[in-house]
Design a protein around this ligand. Structure first.
Ligand SMILES: [Zn+2]
Length: 161
């Protein structure tokens, strides 16, 4: 039996890359977050655990980059800047979700993550690509962009609504 969705909606404040306005961005929402001032898509970098992974990552309309990491994992820290860069450079096309495997062993087990860092690109909850081990930001970006081409969302692009 699945648990009911948690009503607690976390959010974070993200500065618009275009106009600098600070926007509150929820961890889960329909569509993509946009700047309240200039409508530019905002970087979407959040985190999830066993309880809310399905809501945050599985139900997202845009492809999701999942970063399976842990605090004690040195190589994971090498990956983090690339994940942040991907969230910015691919704002509106990608949602980045960091998962601490120590706090979310269920998510790690679901994807069979034997080692970390493990990076996944999900399309509506379906895994389309996987990268195991740390890679430099440039390489990570190229991997993500090629993974996005395998997703259904890439051909349609963002639509208003
Ligand atoms: Zn703006």
């Amino acid at each position: 039996m699945t648990t009911s969705a948690t009503s607690v909606q976390r959010s974070s404040v993200v500065a618009c890359l275009n106009c600098g306005r600070r926007n509150r961005v929820p961890v889960a929402a329909e569509g993509i977050p946009r700047c309240g001032s200039c409508q530019t898509p905002l970087p979407w970098l959040t985190d999830a655990g066993d309880d809310d992974f399905d809501v945050v990552a599985g139900a997202a309309d845009v492809p999701v980059l999942v970063d399976l990491w842990a605090t004690w994992c040195g190589p994971c820290r090498m990956v983090a800047p690339g994940v942040e860069r991907a969230a910015k450079e691919l704002a509106g096309r990608l949602k980045a979700v960091k998962v601490d495997v120590d706090k979310a062993p269920g998510v790690a087990a679901r994807f069979g993550a034997q080692s970390i860092p493990t990076l996944l690109v999900l399309d509506h909850g379906r895994e389309v690509s996987r990268q195991i081990g740390a890679v430099p930001p440039d390489q990570l970006l190229r991997w993500i962009e090629s993974a996005l081409e395998k997703t259904t969302a890439s051909s349609t692009g963002p639509t208003g609504g």
